[in-house]
Design a protein around this ligand. Structure first.
Ligand code: UT7
Length: 330
């Protein structure tokens, strides 16, 4: 590993998951699918779905409070809140504003970013840069999605894939004990926007038009997205290793975006990583988009799989297309 200046570190993490579970068997009663098809093609068994009145900012605030507790910090100490999401409470203002109010982070500037499933890692790069430049001290990043509100529950090709969740991290200045954000990488290819998108509600398909043209839900060309995800996640992983000088042997834990077990396996193969070092929870939550990585991080820590001093590499891919990676020593 190269000896580079480390500016920021992750000082606390937390996640929030709705209690209600939707199983593959439940889905088989709703659309023409089977437990066997879903499990074999995706690795998924269950996903969690919010109750009707729960908003993105509610789940986000729950995860944020847990991350603050983990970091032993108060909300007043946070100066920047970034919510990565494509399913915000309203079109504007930013969901981060509602989160600020709900957790009482009165000293923070708050804004959202939209990078789909790569959103949390885009947020980590922003936090690291803000802290490195001295513009921020303590940044709260949240990845949260309530995808159950924007899936087409009649489309078996997409409705079986997604779940709701939030994950949060507090990023603060590194304290020169070796822990910290060792590198970040983000990338986009805007030529491929229509392979995975939720067109409704913006300027192209305003709400009423979106309803009449059936554009109000997630649209995905699964196979094309699958192929792009395999290539891009592998590329992002290789890139972060080259940039930081970390070798695959030095990685203690690989946390890939949890979209499909076959994509996760392909990413591990590209790095020649044994699956014992790859965190997988897609079976329990489905694809939770921007929440996927911070949720996995939190679970890995709670289960003792991610330990102090470990080097963790995180890799994501999502609509845009966007892809990203980061290496962090915990
Ligand atoms: O998080 C952002 C990134 N997102 C992703 O990475 C998702 C990437 N894509 C995928 O994970 C996979 O493409 C899917 C899981 C979405 C689909 O798996 P696949 O192996 O690519 O299946 P397919 O789309 O090629 O469909 C194969 C067959 C089709 O039937 P025919 O045409 O062969 O008769 C589909 O109609 O499976 C059918 N099918 C289903 N059958 C039962 C599609 N969805 C279902 C379903 N249950 N839920």
């Amino acid at each position: 590993m190269q000896n580079k200046t480390v500016s920021s570190m992750i000082c606390g993490i937390g996640a929030a998951v709705p209690e209600r579970i939707l199983t593959n068997a439940d889905l088989a009663k709703m659309v023409d699918t089977t437990d066997q098809w879903i499990h074999e093609r995706t690795g998924m068994k269950v996903r969690h779905i919010v109750d009707d009145k729960v908003q993105n900012s509610d789940l986000s605030a729950q995860a944020a409070k847990k991350a603050l507790d983990d970091a032993q910090m108060t909300a007043e100490e946070i100066d920047t809140i970034i919510v990565a999401t494509v399913t915000g409470d309203v079109r504007f203002p930013a969901t981060a504003c509602y989160v600020q109010e709900k957790i009482g982070a009165v000293n923070a500037a708050a804004f959202d970013i939209s990078a789909a499933c790569s959103g949390f890692l885009f947020g980590l790069r922003i936090a690291d840069a803000f802290i490195a430049s001295g513009k921020s001290k303590n940044v709260l990043i949240i990845g949260c999605e309530i995808l159950s509100r924007i899936v087409d529950w009649k489309d078996r090709a997409t409705c079986v894939l997604f779940g709701d969740a939030a994950g949060a991290a507090i990023v603060g200045p590194a304290n020169n004990d070796g822990r910290g954000v060792l590198g970040t990488f983000i990338k986009t290819d805007g030529r491929l926007t229509q392979l995975l998108w939720a067109p409704g509600g913006g300027t192209r398909f305003p709400a009423e038009v979106a309803l009449s043209e059936n554009m109000n839900s997630i649209k995905m060309k699964g196979q094309e997205v699958f192929k792009a995800a395999v290539t891009a996640m592998g590329d992002a992983a290789v890139h972060i290793l080259e940039e930081t000088g970390i070798t695959p042997d030095e990685i203690d834990l690989l946390i890939p975006h949890q979209a499909n077990i076959r994509i996760i396996n392909a990413t591990a193969r590209r790095l020649k990583m044994p699956m014992e070092k790859v965190f997988v929870n897609v079976q329990d939550y489905g694809n939770t988009s921007a929440a996927s990585i911070p949720l996995a991080l939190t679970e890995a820590r709670q289960k003792g799989i991610l330990k102090d001093g470990d080097i963790c590499v995180m890799v994501a891919f999502g609509g845009g297309f966007t892809w990203a990676s980061a290496a962090v020593r915990f």
